[in-house]
Design a protein around this ligand. Structure first.
Ligand SMILES: Cc1cc2nc3c(=O)[nH]c(=O)nc-3n(C[C@H](O)[C@H](O)[C@H](O)COP(=O)(O)OP(=O)(O)OC[C@H]3O[C@@H](n4cnc5c(N)ncnc54)[C@H](O)[C@@H]3O)c2cc1C
Length: 377
């Protein structure tokens, strides 16, 4: 078989985006996925993902998310598809919480439009919440919802149209550096390329063993619920996406009703695994009770009949930042998919960064937070 410019392992969120960016730059790309994305075995299923700019996790994500917004818009125009709905966003908690103080730090440092809402202002504008007297919210107008299955499908369709060869249902078993590139062995054959992109999500540790002991797979449960009251207040034209941090650090988030009920999940605090195969994929009554507990306290009228539920996977680093870098010791191997449960919104810009790394260009962003060396055992 011919030698390719780049092989991409994993055609989920980050691999699909990288494949498109590489194909747009004229690279001869061969992509593999063990499944047929979009699918529900990894991290990109569930109908919706939050996108927001007031990044409480660290202000250095803001330039990346601003570029991502531009690229999502370009992608919508290129594909003539709707990938995003802007709803605005609410980061709710006590003023000293990491969520509120971090969101404000990002907003102020990067001069992002935002408003601080008191408990009373929240009650007046968004009466579905039941907050403590000293709770506040940072409201940002640009936040919204992405449609992940459509996004992944769009990346893949456009990449294929630009000549990328996409092999579905073909798992990569191993890879090795050769004198002039890499060779990649799948269950069917061995392929050669100059560069390799590892975007295997929750399976990355199997292909990047030097990082494995610092990667944790976290089981996450998400519910879609029918609000108890027949009211438009939970609809996407009335309710922004929201994140809420409780005094003890407990954190849950929600996505307004887009026609399939209000989506709610707990962020982090799920069971941790070192191997994807050991994750329990069934949603149990106890999982539902945890999420309903938040709603009883903070959004009682949302706590109606369960419409659907699912288990999805985070792949976490110890500091909960990404891994986006060359694989230590291999200049032509790039790691692209450890996103600690908050990566979807960045998919287009991650694809662009990967394409720059493949091209040998210096990325225009500060990626020091995402260095792979911090994850070596
Ligand atoms: C419940 C939940 C809610 C989330 N909410 C948000 C949110 O609101 N906003 C946000 O920005 N992010 C959110 N995220 C995080 C975001 O979805 C993930 O960070 C992102 O989807 C990870 O993309 P990925 O490419 O790493 O993984 P995936 O999209 O899972 O892709 C990995 C791919 O690699 C393939 N693969 C694995 N091993 C092999 C192999 N050996 N050979 C070939 N193929 C292989 C898999 O089949 C898979 O298709 C959420 C995640 C979850 C689980």
């Amino acid at each position: 078989m011919d030698k390719f410019d780049v092989i991409v392992v994993g055609l989920g969120t980050m691999g699909a985006s990288a494949t498109l960016q590489l194909a747009l730059r004229g690279q001869r790309v061969l992509g593999f996925d063990a499944h047929h994305p979009p699918h529900s075995f990894g991290s990109h299923h569930g109908e919706s993902r939050i996108i927001r700019k007031t990044y409480y996790e660290d202000p250095s994500y803001v330039p990346l998310i601003e570029r991502s917004y531009e690229l999502w818009s370009e992608l919508e125009a290129r594909a003539k598809a709707r990938l995003m709905t802007r709803t605005g966003g609410l980061m709710i908690g006590h003023p000293e919480s990491g969520l509120v103080s971090g969101a404000l730090q990002s907003a102020r440092q990067h001069e992002l439009p935002h408003t601080i809402l008191s408990k009373q202002a929240m009650h007046d504008r968004f009466p579905v919440f039941q907050l403590d007297a000293d709770m506040v919210a940072v409201h940002e107008p640009d936040a919204g919802v992405l449609y992940p299955e459509t996004c992944v499908q769009t990346f893949l369709d456009l990449a294929a149209a630009r000549g990328a060869i996409l092999q579905y249902g073909e798992a990569v078993r191993s890879w090795q550096a050769t004198g002039d590139g890499v060779s990649v062995a799948t269950e069917r054959a061995t392929y050669r390329a100059a560069k390799l992109v590892l975007a295997a999500g929750a399976w990355l540790g199997e292909l990047a063993p030097a990082l494995r002991s610092n990667l944790t797979i976290e089981r996450q449960v998400v519910l879609h619920l029918q609000p108890r009251e027949q009211t438009p207040l939970f609809r996407a034209d009335k309710l922004p996406i929201f994140c809420l941090e409780e005094a003890g650090g407990d954190f849950f988030y929600g996505i307004p009703d887009l026609g399939n009920g209000l989506k709610v999940g707990r962020h982090y605090a799920g069971p941790k695994h070192t191997n994807v195969d050991t994750v329990d994929r069934t949603v149990h009554a106890g999982d539902v009770d945890i999420v309903r507990g938040y709603l009883t306290r903070r959004m009682p009228n949302a706590n109606g009949p369960l419409l659907s539920s699912l288990v999805c996977l985070y792949t976490d680093t110890p500091d909960l930042h990404f891994a986006l870098d060359r694989y230590p010791g291999y200049d032509n191997v790039i790691l692209a998919s450890v996103c600690s449960g908050h990566g979807f919104k960045f998919a287009p810009v991650v694809g662009e960064v990967i394409a720059d790394l493949v091209d040998g260009k210096r990325p225009t962003f500060d990626l020091s937070l995402f260095a792979a060396t911090r994850l070596l055992a």
